[in-house]
Design a protein around this ligand. Structure first.
Ligand code: PLP
Length: 426
């Protein structure tokens, strides 16, 4: 790849110069990378899988948030993708951060974010992490059980606490309520304990589950949060913050749910039930990053299978898998979609970035795609209808920015793909 354009106005406030950022379309960056690879014959690592991260898409998502939910302040959930360039971009835009651990807090602080822009939103925290939060004035944190309150009393008695309540997460891909959230019938007792310990509870938080498919889950959760607010206020707490959590969909339309639908329900529900002096925040993760990352994988092997019915099928092996970025299939309940990127050294999209239809007469085959490890769970697509691919061809996968890189392992000695950055915002 040749020189990246160093800066764009998007990053004026805080330069992001530690990595090059291109200003080309994602497909153009992919094309340039493949071209560069093909001229570096016999280079080590030449066929490695790679990501293209589009910071402009992250920024577009941010603008969309501001337009549709202007009252609700986003605190980016770092866990979804702690990519340093994403964190720095969002830091430069002035938004807040939801951190789950000491190292996420460290990363955000070292990106120049003040402690007041962080919420430590993990209801069960390691003691030393609470001490670290106290030393760094990261005061805002969540709890959902009495034991956590005793711990916080000992380690950070001035913390500003939000009680995380249980909501209906039955319409979400990842149901967090199995593990977190105080059932409403325990909320009064919890608040009573906080009162007796003289702790500072400042509000209520919830999470409708990640990958929420029903906007009404948010409306229902807001009603529950109002009830919890009323309990706190009746006990003499001065609640001033509502945290509506994460669960917002990616930029890509998934299963019919859209950010627009959620915003149309959530915004009015919050306005109807919470006066304007209540600060309302959210913890979107997937929303900001999912559609911003594309991963390109190399076909490293192929197996031809002839079924009992005499049908020819192909098994393709690619160099990122379930133990790497595609862990999202297992942990995040995602279905991923392979697209052919290049065959025999020729790209399958044109200069306008349009996908070139695979030759209409060309035969396609029932194919499966597998990751590179020696484990048979490592299957990325069981039934893909593809033309014949060969060793050395490339397959790309869009919408791979959330809960992918961050949870990848090095199982079987495979490295995580590098990320090449571009900014498609004009
Ligand atoms: N906040 C908390 C406490 C979470 O556990 C999660 C995800 O697990 C998020 C926010 C981000 O959720 P999402 O990526 O669905 O927006």
């Amino acid at each position: 790849l040749d020189q990246a354009t160093p800066q764009t106005k998007l990053f004026n406030k805080q330069p992001l110069q530690d990595k090059p950022v291109y200003t080309r379309s994602v497909k153009q960056v992919i094309k340039d990378k493949l071209d560069a690879m093909s001229t570096q014959k016999w280079e080590l690592d030449q066929e490695n899988a790679f990501f293209v991260g589009d910071l402009g898409e992250v920024y577009r998502q941010h603008l969309r948030w501001k337009a549709l939910l202007p009252r609700i302040e986003p605190f980016f959930a770092v866990k979804s993708n702690p990519d340093p360039m994403v964190v720095k971009l969002l830091a430069s835009l002035g938004i807040g951060f939801d951190c789950a651990s000491k190292s996420e807090i460290q990363q955000v602080l070292s990106s120049g974010v003040e402690s007041s822009r962080i919420i430590y939103a993990n209801p069960c925290k390691q003691a030393s992490f609470i001490r670290f939060a106290a030393q760094n004035n990261v005061a805002r944190m969540t709890f959902d059980n009495a034991e956590e309150l005793y711990k916080i009393k000992k380690l950070y008695p001035n913390a500003e606490l939000l009680v995380r309540i249980l909501t209906d997460d039955s319409k979400s891909l990842c149901q967090l309520g199995l593990k977190f959230g105080a059932p409403l019938d325990t909320v009064k007792d919890l608040l009573q304990t906080a009162k007796e310990l003289n702790l500072n509870v400042v509000g209520v938080s919830f999470h409708v589950g990640s990958g929420c498919l029903d906007e009404n889950s948010f409306a229902d959760a807001v009603v529950r949060a109002r009830w919890a607010f009323d309990q706190g206020e009746a006990m003499g707490f001065k609640f001033n913050m509502l945290d509506v959590g994460g669960g917002f969909p990616s930029g890509d339309v998934t299963d019919g749910i859209t950010f627009e639908k959620i915003a149309a329900v959530l915004g009015p529900a919050v306005d109807a039930m919470f006066p304007s002096d209540v600060r309302v925040i959210a913890e979107p993760g997937r929303y900001y990053v999912a559609s911003a990352f594309t991963v390109c994988t190399h076909v490293i092997g192929r197996r031809t299978v002839v079924t009992e019915e005499n049908e020819t099928q192909y098994m393709y092996y690619v160099n990122d898998g379930m133990y790497g970025s595609f862990n999202c299939i297992l942990f995040d309940h995602q279905v991923v979609h392979p697209k052919v990127l290049s065959r025999g050294g020729n790209l399958t999209f044109d200069d306008k970035n349009d996908d070139i239809a695979i030759n209409g007469d060309e035969r396609t085959f029932n194919s499966s795609i597998w990751g590179p490890t020696c484990d048979s769970i490592d299957c990325l697509a069981k039934e893909a209808n593809l033309p014949v691919l060969n060793d050395g061809d490339w397959i790309y996968w869009e919408n791979m920015g959330a809960y992918t890189i961050c949870a990848a392992s090095k199982f079987n000695g495979f490295k995580q793909p590098e990320v090449i950055y571009t900014n498609t915002f004009e």
